[in-house]
Design a protein around this ligand. Structure first.
Ligand code: PEP
Length: 246
């Protein structure tokens, strides 16, 4: 059976002082039953990776450029992330889709670059509140999945995170039935695309206001293989109980 995964997205939070949180996680979970991923800001990647080396904590990045190198001021490529010690990269987070105008096609290009660099692409999908209220959730997710997940994606090099935009950082979460419905759709579309075995093994994370208090309920939902956690991943004292829940 595929190992579950709990991933933390630090977003634009964290300085060197916060590396102690990663050290604390590594110490608290020497032999976890699940995979643990922390995605600090790029400025901390190399130090975080050094600190987490030989531990069960994998370090990842929050974005990459689609090209391997070039005249792209301020951007960071997937091979550079791998060189810094990252093992994964979050792609297509709704904050990047919204504030950096990233579309599905660009996300797919970035995922291809991540795969070529040997990184796991954690590809985020999610509907806005307006789309949910207009009963468009399933078609939005299907379109995002179709266009954001490149050919060549496997259970080993790709993770999908369902993150309803309206649940991120708001304290709101979908009902269990709503999460199950979307995860079930993603699993069945992946089966058509990649085949049943790959679709079953590919990890589907739920993200959006996951906290120690609601983690157990969310992890019990069908087709939920872990979580992508924002705010509650910043402190080991919040993230650890979520890890322990799985
Ligand atoms: C996220 O940003 O991916 C996220 C899920 O944030 P939060 O857990 O804070 O809602």
């Amino acid at each position: 059976m595929t190992r579950k995964l709990v991933a933390g997205n630090w977003k634009m939070h964290g300085t060197k002082a916060d590396l102690s949180q990663i050290a604390a996680l590594a110490t608290a979970h020497p032999a976890p039953r699940i995979d643990i991923l922390i995605c600090p800001p790029a400025t901390l990647l190399a130090q975080a990776a050094g600190l987490a080396a030989d531990s069960a904590v994998m370090i990842g990045a929050q974005d990459c450029h689609a090209a391997a190198s070039g005249a792209h001021t301020g951007d960071i490529s997937a091979p550079m992330l791998a060189d810094a010690g990252a093992g994964a990269v979050i792609l297509g987070h709704s904050e990047r889709r919204e504030h950096h105008h990233e579309n599905n096609e660009l996300v797919a290009e970035k995922a291809r670059a991540a795969h070529a660099a040997g990184l796991i692409a954690v590809i985020c999908l999610g509907e806005t509140l307006a789309q949910r209220e207009a009963a468009q959730t399933l078609e939005v997710i299907a379109a995002q999945l179709h266009a954001s997940v490149p050919d060549g994606s496997t259970a080993t090099n790709t993770v999908i995170a369902y993150e309803p935009v309206w649940a991120i950082g708001t304290g709101l979460t979908p009902t269990d039935a709503q999460i199950a419905e979307v995860h079930g759709l993603i699993r069945s579309l992946l089966a058509e695309r990649l085949g049943g075995a790959a679709a079953t093994a590919l990890r589907l994370l739920y993200g959006g206001s996951v906290k120690p208090a609601n983690a157990a309920g969310i992890f019990a939902i069908a087709d939920v293989d872990g979580a992508l956690v924002g705010g509650a991943s910043l402190k080991a004292e919040d993230f650890s109980p979520i890890i322990m829940t799985l």
